[in-house]
Ligand binder design. Sequence first.
Ligand code: URA
Length: 250
Amino acid sequence: MDSALTAEARSLLASTRATLKELAEEGVEQFERRDDAAFDLRPRVDAPAAPESDPAPARSQQARATQSLEDVRLELGECTRCPLGEGRNRIVFGDGNPDAALMFIGEGPGKEEDRQGLPFVGRAGELLTQMIELGLEIPRSEVYICNIVKCRPPNNRTPQPDEVSTCKPFLDGQIEAVKPRTIVALGRPATSLLLGRDIAISKVRGTWHEYRGIPLMPTFHPAFLLRQYTDQNRRVVWEDLKAALARSRQ
Ligand code: URA
């Protein structure tokens, strides 16, 4: 093997080791094989409807437009609309300013979030908090933070399409209640959901989109950044966040 290849192999191995260590710390004990369909977050036409006996029926556009965050949380209740409800300890609804100009949307609670009932309080959360407080120089409490699913997926796996589509009305309710001026989508699952198509985050990050008329900036998930903590990745996320903050202030 030539020396360039050896160096690349070493660096790949180091990055894989770091990833496995981080996943173990997050409570991942095993991996599941996933086919491509698992990445398709668009609601499936044959997705099962929420059972009649669920805590609340689907909301109409009209009702959603007038709901506060508390209303959305009440409607969510002790949700068992999808299988994630069975494995969670706590629902992780959201955290922050109900009138935030800037809203961050991640993938789903991890082990620490499930324990505390708050989004982004584990290692990835610490990095996100630093990016907000030390990078953007605003208190975390000034923004609103939530996830596309409110319950921890087993082993921190990516949420399944049915889980995501079952939870989506509540995310939409949160967006309509907060009415942020700008949304930051963190990582592939959140961005794919909000754009309605499966995306490659490295291709769409840093470019402007819209969700329900609200400017949307996709960027790398902080957990990815923890694994690939390169100058280049830090720089691009920093640029994305600065652009999002500036737009939220326009
Ligand atoms: N990762 C997420 O996407 N959300 C959290 O709340 C924590 C980690």
